[in-house]
Design a protein around this ligand. Structure first.
Ligand code: HAS
Length: 562
């Protein structure tokens, strides 16, 4: 058989017809979506209250504390909304590409209920005002033990989901021994490997340090160790959010715009690089932390610059895919392909605006990661501006883009022209709101405005007076974003229960007919996990020993900050 025929045969085998999703599976995937969208509403409302308080013209009623709503905002949006959406979406990706058995579905429910009970416990502690510790729960701020126990349960739930996901892929692999794992299943496998390895760090600090300390079994806590373990988890956490968005960019958007996957191998390589470089970089969140040797900070900053590469590869891929598709549709000239993109299709427009936001969002990340520049922006509201561009725009708009077809696909309804239109308005409102809010946060940060702080005039200093206009702008932007949230909840409910019955496509793109075959070594899991662990041991072993051996006296708890 000629090489060309072999390639074609392999591509045909890979472009398998997507499996159909049965009702019981749809119910499971949808349950994750319910929690995600309820969280969006609650978290968004808290965000609105925050920007109003910080404008200086509004006070919280009924003795509610600023740090209470800030904690709820961060936990419910950054941890709950994201995790539920991602686990539900990833289950659906695997259900569609490799299938889900009844047994796996049952375990899927176990993961859902473990995560939901955990969320309820953590939320209760926050609502009772017993956990005003923000989403990073930095020691020595202390929360009620239930807060940490709830978070631990959420993580355990995700581990169950990881086991189910890997089992799904394993079963498929056994049934298709000589075929490469479908691209989306490969990507989910990587994301969950990264997640399990990194969440071990937060599990250790919560179980060994926080829970005994909050129960009063130990009097003090090693603050530096707890933060280091948190950021060992906390940076890969941001890629755990980003990679599902990249899954949609690489393998779903091409189908929506009428194109093909630009390069299956390149997509896989970028995910492998994320696995390598997402974890050994946590120190770039601790560049101002005094107890860490600068050499190790330098090494982790270098590794941080390595993790930028797969995002640059993704940017290249997106441009290439847009241009190739446009040219196939008859575009000529340098930029005509741009006009060929489906500007009335909200399934494309929302993620596309997310991609645009990642250009300044990613550039901001590169600034943060540069040691000298970090001293200027660290702990200022610039950082809050950065993560509202990345997670709250790039990732969230992509998640909205996914919801427009995923929810009707699961409920057996149609995405109507009316919802397309509303969705495009929603995207515009979000983009404008975020431009105003995040832009003002970036500028105020450069003028020295702190993050994680309630309104203060700082004794009437001139510097604080400079921030007033930017704080007002944040309130305006935040109010627009809340309108965007209300609109999105309306759209979600419409797609759930009111849109006309019908069939909505689950768009999975195929490879080009003449695509080069993906090398089989790309699935050398032992090698990838081995390199990942080697990099982690290299970046963390010596500084960890140093942090533990030369630990300063531990800290007693600081409780009930309002
Ligand atoms: Fe970050 C702080 C560095 C990416 C989230 N980050 C945070 C925090 C969060 C967060 C939540 O080094 C705050 C944590 C806290 O509470 O303290 N970040 C980076 C770097 C990247 C980065 C180097 N961050 C993210 C992503 C996030 C996220 C993604 C969420 C999803 N970040 C930092 C650092 C800090 C930090 C420090 C600590 C700051 C401090 O001092 O506290 C990189 O991954 C960024 C690489 C990205 C790019 C952009 C590629 C562009 C693409 C779009 C292409 C556009 C297209 C459109 C195709 C290089 C892929 C086509 C357009 C046409 C016109 C056709």
């Amino acid at each position: 058989m000629s090489l060309a025929m072999k390639q074609q045969q392999q591509n045909e085998e890979i472009n398998l017809t997507p499996l159909s999703i049965a009702k019981p599976e749809a119910k499971l995937y949808l349950s994750f979506m319910y929690v995600a969208f309820i969280s969006l509403f609650i978290g968004g409302l808290m965000g609105l209250l925050q920007v109003l308080v910080r404008s200086g013209d509004f006070e919280l009623p009924l003795g509610i504390g600023y740090y209470q709503i800030l904690t709820l905002h961060g936990v419910i949006l950054a941890l709950v909304l994201t995790t539920f959406f991602i686990i539900g979406f990833q289950y659906s990706l695997l259900g569609k590409t490799v299938g889900m058995s009844a047994k796996q579905r049952k375990l899927g429910w176990l993961s859902f209920w473990t995560m939901t009970v955990g969320t309820a416990l953590t939320a209760t502690a926050i609502l009772l005002g017993k956990a005003n510790v923000l989403y990073t729960f930095y020691a020595p701020l202390k929360a009620h033990p239930i807060f940490y126990i709830g978070l631990a349960l959420v993580v355990v739930g995700t581990w169950i989901a990881a086991l189910v996901n890997w089992h799904q892929v394993y079963v498929w692999k056994k049934a298709h021994p000589n075929q490469k794992t479908p691209l989306l299943a490969f990507m989910v496998t990587i994301n969950m490997i990264m997640w399990v390895i990194c969440s071990l760090g937060v599990a250790v600090t919560v179980l060994v340090q926080f829970i005994p300390w909050s129960l009063g079994y130990t009097e003090t806590i090693n603050v530096l160790l707890s933060r280091t373990l948190f950021w060992y988890f906390g940076h890969p956490l941001v890629y755990f959010w980003l990679l599902p968005a990249y899954m949609a960019w690489y393998a779903i958007i091409p189908k929506i715009i009428g194109g093909k996957i630009f390069s299956d191998s390149l997509a896989r390589l970028s995910f492998i690089l994320f696995l390598f470089f997402s974890i050994p970089v946590g120190f770039h969140h601790q560049l101002t932390e005094p107890g860490i040797d600068p050499t190790w900070k330098f090494i982790q900053v270098v590794l941080t610059f390595m993790v930028i590469i797969p995002s640059l590869m993704t940017a290249f891929s997106m441009f290439a895919m847009f241009e190739t598709t446009g040219r196939k549709q008859g575009a000529t000239g340098l930029f005509d392909w741009f006009k060929k993109l489906p500007w009335k299709d909200v399934r494309f427009v929302a993620p596309f605006v997310g991609m645009l936001a990642f250009i300044p969002g990613g550039a901001g990340g590169i600034i943060n990661a540069s040691h000298q520049l970090n001293t200027l922006v660290h702990n200022t509201i610039w950082v809050t501006g950065h993560f509202h561009l990345t997670i709250a725009t790039t990732v969230l708009l992509t998640f909205f883009g996914i919801a427009y077809w995923l929810i009707p696909h699961l409920t057996g309804r149609k995405l109507t022209p009316k919802i397309h239109k509303l969705g495009i308005y929603q995207t515009i409102i979000w983009a404008v709101g975020m431009l105003i809010m995040s832009g003002a946060m970036h500028i105020q940060g450069l003028l020295g405005g702190p993050r994680r702080s309630s309104f203060s005039e700082y004794g009437g200093t001139e510097q604080a007076a400079e921030w007033a206009g930017y704080q007002a702008a944040q309130a305006v932007g935040g109010a627009l974003l809340f309108i965007g949230i209300v609109l999105m909840i309306y759209i979600f409910m419409d797609l759930l229960a009111f849109a006309p019955k019908g069939e909505e496509e689950y768009p999975i793109a195929e490879e080009e007919e003449d695509a080069q075959p993906t090398p089989s070594w790309m699935e050398n899991w032992k090698l990838w996990i081995g390199i990942t662990i080697a990099l982690i041991l290299f970046a963390y072993t010596i500084p960890m020993i140093d942090i533990i051996q030369n630990a300063p006296p531990g800290s007693p708890p600081f409780d009930n900050i309002l």
